[in-house]
Design a protein around this ligand. Structure first.
Ligand code: FAS
Ligand code: PHB
Length: 388
C-alpha cells in the first residue's frame, strides 16, 4: 500500500485533517483502532471556539453545526451562592458555539464517506518506521493480515495513549505534566439545561459545571476523586451533590431526570515537545492534554490541524518552511491554552488539604473578575479562543 499522508487515529483530529488534505488534492489513509460506533459513543467536549467552527466550515463539515449549534455570548461564574455573567459579545464581540464532539465527529465521518477516501477501522499493532528518513512507513494488522503502508508523512492523531508520540526518540522528546488530584464525574440527562448558558461553580465542596447539548439534553459535571467509581453514584446522589454546589435559584428550578451516561474523566495538563520529528507530525491529544475546565481540548486539536494542513499543502508545493515551523507555531498556541486551562482549574476546584484561606483566595479571584472588565476581557479572549 502507498499513500501521501498516513494518519493514525480516526478521532476529530485525524478526520478533520484527513478531509482538509483530501480537499487539497492529497491522498490520505486513516488508521483507526476502534469501530466507528465506539468512536462515536465517547461523550466528550461540548464547546467550539469560533476558529474551530470556521475550520469545520472550511472542511464542509459544519452544515448541521450551523443549523443545530447554540451560539453562546457568555458564561456564568458562580461562588458563594451567587453568580455573575462574563459577556463575551459585549467585551470582545466574539462568541462560542455549543455543539457536542460526538456530533462533530459524526459530521466528519459523513464528510469522509462522501469523499470516498479510506478509513480502516479495527487496525491493530500499529508501528511507525523510518520516520527520520524520506521514506517512512506504518505497519499494522487488519482483518488478521499484516500490512504496511509507505507514505511521505505520518500524522499522529492517536490521542494520549497512542503509539505516535512514543515513536519520537526519548533523547528528543520533552514532556511537561501536571496531574490534578481530582476528576470530573459527568452525567448526560434528557432534561432541559439548567440555564441559557454554561455555569461554572466554585464551591468549598468542590467544582460543578452545568452544560448542555441541546434544549432537551443536558451535561453536568461535579468534581470527585480522580479514581471515583461512577457506578457508586446513584442519580439521586449526583443531583443532590450538584445542587449543593450551584446557586440556590438555579438548584431550585433546574429539572432533573435519569442519567443516560455517567463517567469519570481524570484531569491532567500535559504537553509534549516537539510536535514534529522527521516525517512524523503530532496533532491533538497525541501531543497535549488540558483539563476540560477551559473547554480547550477539542479546540486545540482543531488549531493544530489548521496549522498542519497548511504546512503539508505548502510542502507538496515545494515549500518546506511550513512543516519546519509547524511545531513551534502549534506549541505557541498550545502553551497559551494550557496556561488558561490550568489557571481556571486552579481557581474553580477545591484541592485536597486546601485551607479556608485558600478558599477565600479563590473567592477573591472571582470577586475581582466580577468587578473588573479588564479581568473579564482576559478571560473572554482565552475562552472564545486566541487567534490562529
Ligand atoms: P482522540 O483521543 O479523540 O482520538 C484519537 C483516536 O486515535 C481515537 O479514536 C483512538 O481510538 C485512536 N487510536 C488510539 N490508539 C490507536 C492506535 N494504536 N491505532 C489506531 N488508532 C488509535 N475536551 C473539551 O474541550 N471539553 C471536554 O469536556 C472534554 N472532555 C473529555 C473527556 C474525556 C474522558 C476525554 C478522554 C477527553 C475530553 N476532552 C474534552 C478532550 C477531547 O475532547 C480531546 O481533546 C479530543 O478528543 C482530541 O481529539 P483527538 O486528538 O482526535 O484525540
Ligand atoms: C461539556 O459540555 O462537556 C463541557 C463544556 C465546557 C467545559 C467542559 C465540558 O469546559
Amino acid at each position: 500500500m502507498r499513500t501521501q499522508v498516513c494518519i493514525i487515529g480516526g478521532g476529530p483530529s485525524g478526520l478533520l485533517l484527513g478531509h482538509l488534505l483530501h480537499l487539497a488534492g492529497l491522498d490520505t489513509l486513516i488508521l483507526e483502532r476502534q469501530s466507528r460506533a465506539y468512536v462515536l459513543s465517547r461523550i466528550r467536549a461540548g464547546v467550539l471556539e469560533q476558529g474551530a467552527v470556521e475550520t469545520l466550515a472550511r472542511a464542509g463539515a459544519a452544515t448541521r453545526l450551523e443549523a443545530q449549534g447554540f451560539r453562546h455570548a457568555g458564561i456564568e461564574l458562580a461562588a458563594q451562592n451567587r453568580s455573575f455573567r462574563v459577556d463575551f459579545r459585549d467585551l470582545i464581540d466574539r462568541d462560542v458555539v455549543v455543539y457536542g464532539q460526538t456530533e462533530v465527529t459524526t459530521d466528519l465521518y459523513d464528510a469522509r464517506d462522501r469523499s470516498g477516501a479510506p478509513v480502516l477501522h479495527g487496525v491493530e499493532d500499529v508501528t511507525l518506521h523510518d520516520i527520520d528518513t524520506d521514506c517512512p512507513h506504518v505497519a499494522f494488522r487488519h482483518d488478521g493480515a499484516h500490512r504496511s503502508v509507505a507514505c511521505d508523512w505520518i500524522v499522529g492523531a492517536d490521542g494520549f495513549h497512542g503509539p505516535s508520540r512514543q515513536a519520537i526518540p526519548r533523547s528528543v522528546l520533552r514532556t511537561y505534566e501536571r496531574i490534578y488530584p481530582f476528576g470530573w464525574l459527568g452525567v448526560l440527562s434528557e432534561t432541559p439545561p439548567a440555564g441559557p448558558e454554561l455555569i461554572y461553580a466554585n464551591h468549598p465542596r468542590g467544582f460543578a459545571l452545568c452544560s448542555m447539548r441541546n434544549e432537551g439534553l443536558s451535561r453536568y459535571y461535579i468534581q470527585t476523586a480522580a479514581d471515583e467509581d461512577p457506578e457508586a453514584w446513584t442519580d439521586e446522589a449526583f443531583w443532590d451533590e450538584l445542587r449543593r454546589r450551584i446557586p440556590e435559584p438555579v438548584a431550585e428550578t433546574m429539572q432533573i431526570g435519569p442519567s443516560i451516561e455517567k463517567s469519570v474523566a481524570p484531569l491532567r495538563s500535559f504537553v509534549a515537545e516537539p510536535m514534529r520529528w522527521g516525517r512524523l507530525c503530532l496533532v491533538g491529544d497525541a501531543a497535549h492534554i488540558v483539563p476540560p475546565t477551559g473547554a480547550k481540548g477539542l479546540n486545540l486539536a482543531v488549531g493544530d490541524v489548521h496549522y498542519l494542513e497548511e504546512a503539508l499543502r505548502r510542502a507538496y508545493d515545494g515549500d518546506p518552511s511550513g512543516v519546519d515551523g509547524y511545531s513551534d507555531r502549534a506549541l505557541a498556541r498550545v502553551w497559551q491554552a494550557t496556561r488558561f486551562s490550568w489557571w481556571l482549574t486552579m481557581t474553580l476546584h477545591r484541592f485536597p488539604g486546601a485551607s479556608d484561606f485558600d478558599q477565600r483566595m479563590q473567592e477573591a479571584d472571582l470577586a475581582y473578575l466580577e468587578t473588573s472588565r479588564t479581568a473579564q476581557r482576559a478571560l473572554a479572549e482565552n475562552y472564545v479562543g486566541l487567534p490562529y
